[in-house]
Design a protein around this ligand. Sequence first.
Ligand code: ADP
Ligand code: MN
Ligand code: MN
Ligand code: MN
Ligand code: MN
Length: 356
Amino acid sequence: MSANPNAKNAALMAPYMQLDQRGKVQAEYIWIDGDGEIRGKTTTVDSKVTSLKDLKEWNFDGSSTGQAPGGNSDVYLRPAAYYPDPFRGGDNIIVVAECWNNDGTPNKTNHRYQCNKFMEQAKEHVPWFGIEQEYSLFDMDDKPYGWPKGGFPGPQGPYYCGVGAGKVYARDLIEAHYRACLYAGVEISGINAEVMPSQWEFQVGPCLGIKMGDDMVMARYLLIRIAEEWGVKVSFHPKAVPGDWNGAGCHTNYSTEAMRKEGGMKAIEAAIEKLSKRHKEHIAVYGADNDLRLTGKHETGHIGDFSSGVANRGASIRIPRHVAAQGYGYLEDRRPASNIDAYQVTGIIVESTLLL
Ligand code: ADP
Ligand code: MN
Ligand code: MN
Ligand code: MN
Ligand code: MN
């Protein structure tokens, strides 16, 4: 494995990180770029931030991020949510920002805007989401992290929730990410090693409405940043390694107040019926290259068919066994790929099941 060019010299850096900031705060603005990747830059704020109103609207060069033409390149950053910064600590923060064009329209990458409208229209139903983010790790030579050089690990079987050398890779990095999410206030609810070696999953939720998308942007940002320090690349591609290796998804769990109450199965079944009528529209925003993953194999339903079932991991929509047994709870949409925009996915689920 080649050396990590990004490794920080912790000992050299420590004294600087302890210096007094003289009351000033560092705010790292992050946003989604033209390729769906996350970008970020920092500004100094004069004092501790206690509300979104304390944060300025900022801008960046959209021609360098695939978000605007060179001749009209300013894109605006409107603060949408902020979190304690686990890297800088103290009162420093990370700001999730929406991108806006200078003519007052949302940038093509700003799916939060529409999502927020849907969530507002549907708020009486109190929609909750929980997303299971699967992802794969690669080294600086673009080889799956920890895989034998010039070869392959043994076939899938021992790796899912695996314990022990040769079964799991980069547990330290995953653990660091978990703690960073807890510190930042991301509603992370768990982690597990996945079926393909060096593939992992974290779960975020349940989150109310728009917070699902915001927490997902933050959770991904924290993961990519921490992996940067390890010299590890994070791939959200739905089929990161071709062949007999599991793809990566973003199962999206969903419930409304009616589904969570006694007798909620009726509301769950009604939602599934509505989802069945808009399969194509959903697949259109459920991630690029998702056809490589939704093959009907490797615990997926085929991309061309809509199906549902209790405890069925080969269906589009699964009703977890314990939900069917108690008669209320939530449903799991298994179609979204690992590279989704969570605002688009939670937005269309609310639109299809509650607003049409
Ligand atoms: P799986 O068995 O599919 O691997 P996980 O335990 O990985 O399930 O993930 C379950 C997800 O469901 C979590 O993100 C959790 O927050 C979410 N969840 C639990 N209850 C609800 C609910 N009532 N509404 C929406 N999401 C929920
Ligand atoms: Mn400049
Ligand atoms: Mn899971
Ligand atoms: Mn999984
Ligand atoms: Mn799942």
